[in-house]
Design a protein around this ligand. Structure first.
Ligand SMILES: NC(=O)c1ccc[n+]([C@@H]2O[C@H](COP(=O)([O-])OP(=O)(O)OC[C@H]3O[C@@H](n4cnc5c(N)ncnc54)[C@H](O)[C@@H]3O)[C@@H](O)[C@H]2O)c1
Length: 384
């Protein structure tokens, strides 16, 4: 039985506990830690788990007899606590964003290697039926060579969202909408297409005056053989998130739709109904995932601890998404295209470099310790 400790008893911790509870034959949540220890007690009571509440992380690591921890803390603590736990011999699953800098990512990866423990980064949207089946269609070559894709990573948050003490500063949250929200879609981009060679980006903050960081941004990624445009927004009512993949033979979109054109002798389009039907049929015959989202990823983490499955999303994969984000920030600040990968000598490799270089769009003037509700949404589902 894998003994789990949860660090941080805020909004996402509840999702982790609900997920672990689905696998009661594999694991048990035996510890919950929060500096506001009453929050740890409330979560234990609400979720009816037989766990000990702690106010201090090191005490939990020393006394909890744990095998693994879930890090559900604000982003600037991810690296320190992950390294602390790995050094105490615990496997670690850490919420997104993996860390505040590439340097921190590298330190986490090194600690996992040194102590021979698993380091897993949450990116639960990889476990979505629509995404997996779209990838399958693309990999089977039904679209032809992919030449272009577009990502609409569209979200909406009210201004008070940034009143929470750790949000809306480069120091604590490590970024704005690209870091905290589009991290999901940037991870899907690297899952579908790998890493680009170059990025050119723009960021701004147009409607969240209690945040130093961006609430909107645009990036264009260049690959050897394709271009991707990426929109990241926190001002989009309806959160109509979408991915469109354009191949030479056909286009496929999430939420699912398919289109195909043949060329007329003058280059104008003629609908290729036959290929559209073929892709639609193939898509419909592909099976649905048994589990989606956090439960699916946490189950993979548990099975990897048991050495029954490979870990699907380790520190190296998590690091690549941070690299995409920090290359976007570098390009936006320098107002020019930026080559990937970012070298360890780059000022944007460290948190100090990033914090020093990034613009302050607004001054964070208001700060609350906690909101009256922990209710959150995890973004519109592709099906919605
Ligand atoms: N995967 C997703 O879809 C998703 C969704 C929401 C949040 N998140 C991520 O989860 C993380 C936490 O977000 P949240 O919304 O749950 O935040 P939150 O503020 O609701 O919870 C964080 C908790 O950590 C506690 N904490 C802070 N410092 C601590 C310390 N030193 N020791 C112990 N506890 C401490 C706080 O008191 C708070 O209760 C963030 O990295 C966020 O980006 C991921």
């Amino acid at each position: 039985m894998i003994r789990i400790g949860i660090v941080g008893a805020g909004a996402i911790a509840a999702v982790h506990i609900d997920s672990f509870l689905q696998f009661a034959s594999l694991c048990e949540v035996v510890a919950v830690c929060d500096t506001f220890v009453d929050k740890a007690h409330s979560l234990i009571t609400d979720k009816k788990v037989n766990a000990q509440a702690y106010a201090d992380i090191q005490t939990m690591l020393d006394e909890g007899n744990l095998d693994a921890i879930s890090i559900c803390l604000p982003p600037n603590m991810h690296a320190t606590v992950a390294i602390q736990a790995l050094s105490s011999g615990k496997h670690v699953i850490v919420e997104k964003p993996m860390a505040s800098s590439l340097q921190e990512c590298d330190q986490m990866i090194a600690a996992a290697k040194k102590h021979n423990k698993l380091l897993c980064v949450v990116s639960q949207n990889r476990w979505k039926t629509q995404l997996n089946n779209t990838k399958r269609i693309m990999d089977e070559g039904l679209l032809g060579k992919v030449v272009h894709a577009s990502f609409d990573s569209l979200w909406w948050r009210g201004s008070v969202y940034y009143d929470l003490w750790w949000r809306g500063t480069w120091e604590q949250e490590a970024g704005g909408v690209f870091t905290s929200h589009s991290v999901h879609y940037l991870d899907l981009m690297q899952m579908l297409f790998g890493m680009p060679k170059k990025v050119q980006a723009f960021i701004s903050n147009i409607n969240h005056t209690n945040s130093e960081c961006e609430d909107i941004g645009f990036a264009v990624f260049t690959y050897e053989d394709k271009v991707i445009n990426f929109t990241s927004s926190l001002v989009s009512h309806g959160e109509k998130q979408a991915i469109v993949i354009n191949g030479e033979k056909a286009s496929i979109s999430i939420p699912f739709s398919v289109s195909s054109y043949n060329s007329l002798p003058n280059g104008f389009p003629e609908q290729n109904k036959e290929l559209e039907k073929q892709i639609q049929k193939r898509y419909e015959e592909l099976p649905a995932l048994e589990l989606e989202g956090h439960p699916a990823q946490l189950l993979n983490f548990l099975r990897a601890i048991e050495q029954k499955e490979a870990l699907a999303l380790d520190g190296n994969v998590g690091r690549q998404t941070i690299e995409l984000i920090h290359a976007i920030y570098k390009s936006a600040v320098l107002q020019r295209p930026v080559d990937l990968p970012l070298e360890s000598t780059d000022p944007f490799y460290t948190k100090e470099g990033l914090v020093q270089k990034m613009p302050r769009f607004h001054t964070k003037g208001k700060s609350v310790d906690n909101f009256s509700t922990s209710k959150i949404t995890l973004g519109r589902d592709f099906n919605a």
